[in-house]
Design a protein around this ligand. Structure first.
Ligand code: NI
Length: 159
């Protein structure tokens, strides 16, 4: 696995709507593994392909990153159900040291393709639901700082 360069706010790749993944192959799995490695190395809980310069609809999340055992690789993910609303503080690997309050659905259902091409459904709440919504925004060229309130600068946990 390799560490990838994380693109930061201002890079045009972060503003683009990403293309669907067409081919589930070794190359994609290597990218997902490298994204995961990069996320863990940066103490993040989620990373989207455009953050490493690949404008395709793929994200990796792991809200238990210290244990590294709740990793999800989501290819072509679509949120098909949302319920409730929660405001909480977020950060982003592409916006170093910025934090802000973002309103997100409390519970979601997401349909996606696995790294081996299987159709899957995941129901999530809490931090996992927040993290998935944040990463899926990246796939549509949206950063949390575009929608956050009370943005502050400082060192805290990032995702
Ligand atoms: Ni982010």
């Amino acid at each position: 696995m390799a560490l990838l360069e994380i693109k930061t706010a201002g890079d045009p790749v972060l503003k683009k709507v990403c293309a669907p993944v067409e081919k589930i192959d070794k190359r994609l799995r290597k990218l997902l593994d490298d994204m995961a490695e990069t996320m863990y190395a940066s103490d993040g809980v989620g990373i989207a392909a455009p953050q490493v310069g690949e404008s395709i609809r793929a994200v990796v999340v792991d809200v238990d990153r210290k244990e590294r055992k709740n990793r999800y690789d989501l290819v072509n993910p679509v949120i098909t159900f949302r319920e409730g609303s929660v405001v909480d503080n977020e950060g982003c690997l592409s916006c170093p040291d910025l934090f802000g309050d973002v309103e997100r659905a409390a519970k979601i259902r997401v349909e996606y393709t696995s790294r081996f091409g299987k159709k899957k459904t995941l129901e999530a709440e809490g931090l996992l639901a927040r993290c998935i919504q944040h990463e899926l925004d990246h796939l549509d060229g949206r950063l949390f700082i575009d929608i956050a309130k009370n943005i502050t600068k400082g060192k805290k946990e990032r995702k």
